[in-house]
Ligand binder design. Structure first.
Ligand code: CA
Length: 423
């Protein structure tokens, strides 16, 4: 449902100013609390709505669901109901939470059983992720990396402006925000050496990305058109595609990254629906090379979402190191999905398609340390005075994203994890 033409939405739930989870948002996640098993939740303010409890107490009858699918440990079954159900559920939640609607707010016992304080919950991986695809859709990022990895060639390879370049990543190592991990190790070829060595990555990096969640399947052999693509997308979340640059540099030719990327990726716990992102639609960057008809899109297919990235050393406060925006992507999500399936590839509910590192034109908008420090040649100074070329043991990388237009604010929560020393 679009909120563009509506009068301002209000709710009886107390929502702190600048909360990521305003009444306009209502993102989905999987959470547990007390002795309850993981289940579907919707965030509002500092609370999580226990959707299974809301259903059990009879507030979702209007949806004609014949079983309590909100008790599931992943969102796949709910997502599989289809877009009309996503939109209808949102509409019902907006009714129940409306300041002027007394249906739920006067039933204090029900409210206590349904609104769970965020401080009491644990978030879980929200999806069964069958497949993960990593695009490479930021022109600025691809250009910056091309210059560094192929200093004697054209920064953008000839295919780049004709198709959204991507590779298939590893789904099994995608982890929920808050999951720490050990520094990866592997084969490294130091500059000037003639034989590779084995050891911990010395160039551990983050990649600022956002991923869309596939919400509808297409049959094998049946491409999804660019104009229909959004009907197949449930929502968007933050994605840190951790990368070991020294391992990557040695291994990536000719088939692309492998062990430099698949040791872990971190996602934010809340999936923000496309319905919630309606007010933040914007035009995509001008595509200055003619593209084939199957990639053509009409209208506003990009989203104006600010993304902040911080490094927090073990003993210090976080320092802001990157401020970028989802709208910088040269290839939008509709084009990505159309391209992904044009050969007949079948998408599955819960598949994740990450954007690729999002960089803008200005140096402070770069979405990786590789670019921010020019491959380690220009270290950056954090607020505690320490310097970084890449990520050190004990550092926490925190990403936070939000969209704001007038009084409407829709946030993504935090995507964070800490790098641990190899034991
Ligand atoms: Ca990536």
């Amino acid at each position: 449902m679009s909120v563009n033409q509506q009068s301002p939405l209000t709710t009886w739930v107390e929502v702190p100013e600048n909360s990521d989870f305003s009444i306009y948002n209502l993102p989905y996640g999987i959470f547990s609390y007390n002795d309850k098993k993981p289940r579907v939740g919707v965030a509002i303010g500092d609370y999580v709505i226990d959707m299974a409890s809301l259903y059990k107490r009879g507030y979702l009858d209007v949806l004609f669901l014949n079983e309590n699918i909100f008790k599931s440990p992943t969102l796949n079954r709910f997502i599989g109901l289809g877009k009309p159900y996503w939109t209808q559920t949102r509409k019902r939640l907006l009714e129940l939470l409306d300041r002027n609607n007394m249906t739920l707010q006067l039933k204090k016992d029900d409210v206590a059983a349904i609104l769970i304080p965020m401080t009491k919950v644990q978030m879980h991986l929200p999806l069964h992720i069958g497949n993960y695809t990593d695009f490479y859709s930021s022109q600025e990022h691809a250009t910056n990396v091309g210059r560094m990895f192929r200093p004697n060639g054209e920064p953008l390879l000839p295919n780049w402006k004709h198709l959204p370049v991507a590779y298939h990543g590893r789904a099994s190592s995608i982890r929920i925000s808050g999951t720490d991990f050990h520094r990866p190790q592997g084969q490294l070829m130091p500059d000037g050496a003639t034989m590779p060595i084995f050891g911990p990555s010395q160039q551990l990096d983050f990649e600022v990305e956002m991923a869309f969640v596939v919400g509808r399947e297409n049959e094998l052999g049946h491409p999804i058109s660019a104009s229909d693509a959004e009907k197949y997308i449930f929502g968007i979340l933050l994605f840190n595609d951790w990368s070991a640059r020294d391992i990557q540099k040695w291994e990536y030719v000719p088939l692309g990254p492998f062990l430099s990327k698949n040791f872990v990726s971190t996602i934010s716990p809340w999936i923000v629906t496309l319905d919630a992102l309606e007010p933040f639609r914007c035009t995509s960057p001008i595509q200055d090379v003619p593209i084939l008809p199957y990639l053509h899109v009409e209208g506003k297919k990009s989203f104006d979402i600010q993304i902040e990235t911080y490094i927090k050393p073990q003993e210090s406060e976080p320092s802001l190191v990157s401020l970028t925006n989802h709208k910088y992507l040269y290839w939008n999500i509709s084009q990505q999905l159309a391209h992904h399936t044009i050969n007949g590839c079948n998408m599955q509910i819960g598949d994740l398609c990450a954007s690729g590192t999002i960089s803008g034109k200005e140096p402070n908008t770069f979405g990786s340390m590789l670019e921010l420090t020019c491959r380690g040649e220009r270290p950056i100074t954090l607020s505690d005075g320490s310097i970084r070329t890449f990520i050190l043991d004990g550092d926490k990388v925190i990403m936070h994203a939000f969209a704001q237009k007038d009084q409407i604010r829709v946030g993504f929560g935090r995507c964070e994890s800490t790098v641990l020393q190899i034991v």
